[in-house]
Design a protein around this ligand. Structure first.
Ligand SMILES: Cc1cc2nc3c(=O)[nH]c(=O)nc-3n(C[C@H](O)[C@H](O)[C@H](O)COP(=O)(O)OP(=O)(O)OC[C@H]3O[C@@H](n4cnc5c(N)ncnc54)[C@H](O)[C@@H]3O)c2cc1C
Ligand code: FES
Length: 261
């Protein structure tokens, strides 16, 4: 696989909810070839702090404008520095990297389950599914509170059915987003396919629900990364076919493969 390294130009970097930023980059090659579920590996500073690149899912692309967006949460040094990037500054970007989501033929309904910032890659997937299929996308958003419920209006406008769960009950169902998944599956007798991204506990529960009901499910996993290119083995996860590298064998894996530890 040829690795693309591009100098991205920051177009905007806006705080869309407390500590959540939307970064728009001019990144012509990546915008053209990125697939939902792939990620960019960003060198956040030209200095050696932080030394390692940081991985972020590709959140949206606009190939006609040569733009790629990242949706990220500030959690530490790297993301704090990223949040300080201003328009016209540049960012060294590797990618798109990794294996993204596979869209199976014949699925009757696509159920996307997002927990917190795990919504980032699923928006790209939802847009892509709706462009291809026009309907049949159910998007379940899990957030801590109403202030963190992102993209509800846009998703409805694009044609998705949207349901919301919040931890504090300030919007939608009070409780985990996996409650919505179970309710939806109880009501739907077709041939669904589940795609999920979010905290590990949520992914574990989604996997349990999918396996119990024999429903195909793909998970986008997060793991700390170093090289991002398959060389250092710093990002391995345990699977039924042995240890696999999240950066090149994933980040998207069939839920039936993943062993949670
Ligand atoms: C394939 C992939 C896609 C990702 N996509 C996104 C995205 O779209 N948006 C987003 O906000 N984040 C995403 N992440 C997580 C993001 O890479 C980390 O939050 C970021 O690297 C943290 O850097 P930092 O220097 O700010 O934090 P650090 O100072 O390095 O760490 C701060 C805290 O975050 C935890 N942490 C750091 N990296 C990870 C990680 N990879 N997974 C889980 N916990 C971590 C640490 O344990 C620590 O508690 C993704 C990770 C992967 C592997
Ligand atoms: S980060 Fe080096 S092998 Fe995945």
């Amino acid at each position: 696989m040829k690795v693309v390294q591009e100098e991205g130009k920051v177009l905007s970097n806006l705080e869309v909810a407390a500590s959540i930023f939307l970064l728009d980059l001019r990144l012509p090659q990546a915008a053209k070839i990125a697939q939902p579920g792939q990620f960019l590996h960003l060198r956040i500073s030209p200095l050696c702090d932080p030394l390692l690149r940081r991985p972020f899912s590709i959140h949206r692309t606009k190939p006609e404008k040569a733009e790629v967006s990242i949706l990220y949460q500030v959690v530490g040094r790297g993301t704090e520095l990223l949040s300080q990037k201003r328009p016209e500054e540049s960012l060294d970007c590797l990618g798109p990297l990794g294996r993204g989501f596979t869209i199976p033929k014949g699925a009757g309904q696509f159920i996307l389950v997002a927990g917190g910032i795990g919504i980032a890659p699923l928006i790209f997937l939802a847009e892509s599914l709706l462009q291809k299929k026009g309907k049949g996308v159910v998007f379940l958003i899990g957030a801590t509170s109403e202030n963190y419920v992102l993209y509800k209006k846009e998703l409805r406008c694009w044609g998705a059915t949207v349901e919301v769960a919040t931890d504090d009950g300030s919007e939608g169902h009070r409780g985990p987003v996996t409650d919505l998944l179970m309710q939806r599956l109880d009501r739907f007798a077709g041939n669904p396919q589940i795609f999920a991204c979010g905290p590990e506990g949520m992914l574990q529960k989604v996997t349990q629900i999918a396996l119990q009901r024999g429903i195909p499910c793909q998970l986008s996993l997060e793991q700390r990364m170093a090289c991002g290119l398959g060389a250092c083995l710093g990002c391995v996860v345990n699977t039924r076919s042995g240890y696999r590298r999240v950066c090149v064998d994933g980040p998207v894996f069939p839920a039936s493969e993943v062993i949670f530890e």
